[in-house]
Unconditional design. Structure first.
Length: 186
């Protein structure tokens, strides 16, 4: 099976939020929900400061815990490319099931809108764009070329196989489909 994934170059990201805003705009996501998340990492004291950013979305894990946790099988992993998708018609909502998918995700990826018993939603790897041979909207929008997406083996061939970065902890159990160029502390 081909596994789709993301690459993130932490040394290039300036924390401009263009990837997050492009995702929200393309998918018509409300302010309270973020399919892509930006984490600001600040450490040290002047003059020895360290600042970096971490841009992540759903990791489309090889062994996604959310799929197993969903009581109604509303979350599936596509066999053709490993993309993890949510069938909102099958999802019974966060109050009904207790947001089990969110509780098992180490990266807090599942998102819920503010309305009562909202359905789970998350990055769908821009499926409609992918099916038209286009790149994900977050990758296309990044002005610093800090993001890339595609088959994990191709990303590894292009960028290496580093799976951890500042603010991101890899899980051997779930195998998130992420490759990094981490920003190193001097």
């Amino acid at each position: 099976m081909k596994q789709i994934g993301f690459y993130f170059d932490q040394t290039r990201c300036t924390g401009c939020y263009t990837c997050l805003i492009a995702c929200k705009d393309w998918n018509d996501i409300p302010v309270s929900v973020n399919w892509r998340q930006i984490k600001i990492i600040e450490e040290g004291t002047f003059p020895n400061l360290f600042l970096t950013y971490l841009s992540t979305a759903c990791n489309h894990c090889v062994n996604p815990p959310c799929v197993k946790a969903c009581p109604v099988e509303a979350i599936i992993k596509r066999e053709s490319d490993g993309i993890v998708i949510v069938n909102s018609k099958k999802c019974i909502g966060k109050e009904e099931c207790g947001a089990k998918c969110l509780k098992v995700c180490p990266w807090d990826v599942p998102q819920f809108r503010s309305e009562e018993n909202a359905k789970m939603e998350k990055c769908n790897f821009c499926l409609e764009r992918l099916e038209q041979g286009q790149q994900t909207i977050c990758v296309e929008a990044c002005p610093m070329y800090a993001l890339d997406a595609g088959p994990l083996e191709e990303l590894r061939g292009r960028y290496g196989d580093i799976v951890e970065a500042e603010g991101f902890k890899y899980s051997k159990k779930f195998e998130p489909s992420m490759i990094f160029k981490p920003k190193l502390k001097m």
